[in-house]
Design a binder for this molecule. Structure first.
Ligand SMILES: *Cc1c(COP(=O)(O)O)cnc(C)c1O
Length: 377
């Protein structure tokens, strides 16, 4: 057996659309396929105003500019996340304030947030880890009482919901990723969703290098100029063509990934009941979108042994984030504080292989290996 942790899924339609994009003779950003992707997200999936970007990191950087981060502003976010969640705001001079996870769920503990708010706080960034929603009503309520913005790092959260609302439609701004490790991919890729209309006009300008070029191409103005800060955040139309092929297969990809996720969940449940591991907690308000499947071991040693055992049997399982509050970069300017739950997930969480082409027989072998490791049979 040789089962990788991830295998990017190509639907088979990518080259067809890329060829068409090339034949159209215009492959820079904001072209035919970019518009088709925007249409899909806005009209089929119900996101309000979408802008494709070259990565989720880019979309987060746009969000940091849009909310007007200035040096010294404070941004509250979980420590158990990818570096880009923090870097995007640090690049604008923000001070990142890390919050702990729940004891049983890597997401930001909403009851932790209010005690971290100061007069300098400007934004709360939530990360829907494994595509499982944060407690959005509570968080939006805290934000509105304190006059703060909420940015959703929805990198892992395509086709997942909070009380029936798609993730990425709730905060003022949201960022998605189409990196090849995510459910829907374009190699590198991402998207900013603007839910607060106050940001619509400026988002488009920042996206287009600080110019009003998009308005010019729509014929709204007769020349385009440099009107604001910005960068080249938009992807090539070749990337958008690839993404469009994936989007047309979204339901197929999602039903497969969710099936694999459920198979892990239901077959490993007995190990949880026997007290060996803990499995993902999906609150009543949330859904699981088959992004990643994890289990939580009793301690770091045991996790290391399980990784080695699986590896010896040809299965590649991997741990996930190291706590950002303990990172060398953060500690250059901050004192070490204790975020116990975050550290526990950093030490004990293990992700099992989950990709479209993982067949159920191979998956059952992985499940049996995990069960035999814990029962030592
Ligand atoms: C993948 C990921 C990112 C970064 O996405 P890119 O598209 O690679 O920039 C950011 N945040 C989280 C939570 C992610 O999982």
């Amino acid at each position: 057996m040789n089962i990788p942790f991830n295998k990017p899924y190509m639907t088979g339609d990518e080259l067809y659309y890329i060829k068409d994009a090339v034949a159209r003779g215009k492959i820079s950003g904001n072209g035919y396929y970019t518009q088709k992707c925007h249409d899909f997200f806005e009209n089929k999936m119900g996101y309000r105003n979408c802008l494709l970007t070259s990565s989720c990191t880019d979309a987060l950087e746009m969000a940091a500019i849009l909310v007007g981060i200035e040096p010294g502003d404070e941004v509250i976010m979980p420590s158990f996340t990818f570096v880009s969640t923090a870097n995007a705001f640090v690049l604008r001079g923000a001070k990142v304030v890390f919050a702990d996870s729940y004891e049983d769920n890597p997401n930001i503990d909403a009851s932790n947030i209010e005690s971290l708010i100061t007069s300098k706080t400007k934004v709360i960034v939530v990360v829907h880890y494994a595509g499982i929603s944060c407690d959005m009503d509570t968080i939006m309520d805290i934000a509105s009482r304190h006059g703060l913005f909420v940015v959703e790092d929805a990198a892992q959260a395509i086709d997942s919901y909070y009380n029936g609302k798609p993730l990425g439609t709730i905060g003022h701004l949201a960022a998605f990723s189409f990196h090849e490790t995510k459910n829907i991919i374009s190699g590198e890729g991402g998207m900013l969703v603007v839910n607060d209309e106050r940001f619509d006009k400026r988002a488009e300008i920042i996206w287009e290098k600080g110019t009003n070029r998009s308005a010019f191409f729509r014929g709204e103005i007769d020349k385009y100029s440099w009107v604001d800060v910005g960068s080249s955040f938009l992807p090539s139309d070749v990337t958008a063509a690839f993404l469009f092929a994936q989007l047309e297969n979204l339901q197929k990809i999602q039903s497969r990934r969710k099936k694999i996720w459920n198979n892990y969940f239901f077959k490993l449940k007995e190990l949880e009941e026997e007290g060996f591991v803990r499995l993902p907690v999906v609150p009543d308000f949330a859904t699981a979108n088959g992004h990643l499947f994890y289990l939580v071991c009793a301690n770091n040693n045991e996790r290391g042994e399980l990784i080695s055992f699986l590896k010896e049997n040809g299965v590649h399982a991997v741990f996930h984030y190291l706590s950002l509050h303990k990172s060398p970069f953060h500690l250059q300017n901050s004192i070490l504080n204790t975020l116990e739950h975050c550290d526990n997930f950093a030490d004990r969480l293990l992700r099992l292989p989950l990709y479209y082409e993982l067949d159920i027989e191979d998956q059952d072998k992985i499940i049996n290996l995990v069960i035999s490791f814990f029962r030592r049979i």
